[in-house]
Design a protein around this ligand. Structure first.
Ligand SMILES: [Zn+2]
Ligand SMILES: [Zn+2]
Length: 402
């Protein structure tokens, strides 16, 4: 590492904090755990938070951990920073010296880094406190979209007035941060369509009400939702990802089922997608004399970053890293992120934080090769801590987050 990079990192995070965070992240990465099973990770994070001087360190939502870092001014408004901690059912192929030892489980979304960010922010805030208290939330089960709601239900964030979090992103290099208003993540709902018809011998289709042909027609018709019902200027996705029917080549089955995901960046489009899937499936099934049972499961709503919390995050990024660090997202992100549940209740800002070194390739999250550059640990920790300080000071001055 060059002297210039070392001194840049020193300005973000002291060397002692950096080595502890790197060790914590490597330990988490090597021992990944799936949603709501993060017991080892939670114990490790709990100890790390206690060691950095946090108070009220406690378990929430089963395998989540929440802690409080005291501010300088008792009674001042409270803000929260959040890291998620769960892994994915993927076999790791990064070749890292600290690759997963848990077969078929991997930190392929960078939540090992997000957890270390939150602990790092806690430590930096313990050393240089914000105006008010900061709640540090280590949330389980982001990947199944249930952890944030469980943390909220626990009441752990009841006295928070704003919340901040981020995601590693290898499209951006270490030191670049996306903190912008508007759409940052999509609503991610899922659907299942069960078609009930009438089975028959494969040679006697006239005696059947064939769910396979009906399923095929529905799959094609669902492609017209984005093409013909959604305003072309608004991003949306309808994906049919599963289809199950039949057990033999010469038997027309009784039943077929389809499953998929719907992505939208605003509530109106979200509703339109759901209603259209139901209408097309039920209508086409009825036209062929079959019945369609459509089940919608609502996932996280979209994340739409509001102006004021974004301004606080941008001020923090600029003061730590300079104006050039702030980069535009450049695309519409159609992935879901359960941080959205917090933002239904609290104003906040969700950031994307650069996670590759300049000479490294872009690697997509949720693939066996994904990992974040270690240096991104220190940027994320410092950005979250400083954003909490800026937000806390602004709220204490009487600025509104809304
Ligand atoms: Zn993920
Ligand atoms: Zn993620």
């Amino acid at each position: 590492m060059t002297a210039a990079i070392t001194s840049w990192l020193d300005s973000l995070c002291p060397a002692g904090v950096r080595s502890d965070l790197a060790a914590l992240r490597r330990d988490l990465h090597q021992h990944p755990e799936l949603a709501f099973r993060e017991s080892r990770s939670a114990a490790l994070l709990e100890r790390a938070l206690q060691a950095c001087g946090a108070t009220q360190v406690r378990r929430v939502a089963g395998t989540g951990v929440v802690a409080r870092i005291r501010g300088r001014m008792p009674g001042a408004p409270v803000v929260a920073v959040r890291g998620d901690i769960d892994a994915l059912p993927i076999q790791e192929a990064t070749g890292l010296p600290f690759a997963s030892v848990n077969d078929g489980v991997m930190h392929a979304c960078g939540h090992d880094v997000h957890a270390a960010w939150a602990v790092g922010a806690a430590r930096l805030l313990a050393e240089h406190p914000a105006t008010g208290d900061v709640l540090v939330v280590l949330q389980p089960a982001e990947e199944i979209g249930e952890g944030a709601a469980a943390v909220l239900a626990s009441g752990a964030l009841d006295d928070a007035q704003a919340i901040f979090g981020g995601h590693v992103d290898r499209r951006f290099v270490v030191g670049q941060v996306v903190a912008q208003t508007g759409s940052l993540a999509a609503a991610a709902d899922t659907f299942e369509i069960v078609l009930d018809g009438h089975g028959a011998h494969g040679a006697r289709p006239h005696e059947s009400l064939d769910p396979v042909v009906c399923a095929a027609e529905i799959i094609m018709a669902l492609q017209t939702i984005v093409a013909r019902r959604v305003n072309p200027a608004i991003p949306a996705v309808v994906t049919v990802a599963t289809m199950h029917a039949g057990s033999a080549q010469n038997v027309i089955p009784e039943r077929a089922s389809l499953g998929g995901t719907l992505r939208a960046v605003d509530t109106t489009t979200r509703l339109l997608l759901g209603t259209s899937v139901r209408q097309l499936a039920e209508g086409i099934a009825a036209a062929h004399g079959l019945t369609a049972t459509v089940t919608m499961s609502l996932g996280p709503p979209p994340i739409v970053n509001p102006e004021r919390p974004v301004a606080w995050a941008r001020e923090a990024v600029t003061s730590l890293l300079g104006d050039a660090a702030l980069v535009p997202l450049g695309i519409t992100n159609m992935a879901g992120e359960d941080f959205a549940y917090y933002m239904e209740r609290l104003p906040g800002c969700f950031m994307r934080i650069g996670a590759r070194l300049p000479d490294e390739p872009v690697i997509a999250a949720h693939t066996p090769q994904f990992h974040a550059a270690e240096e991104s640990l220190f940027v994320g920790a410092a950005v979250l801590a400083e954003t909490a300080r800026v937000a806390s000071a602004a709220l204490a001055r009487g600025d509104s987050a809304a």
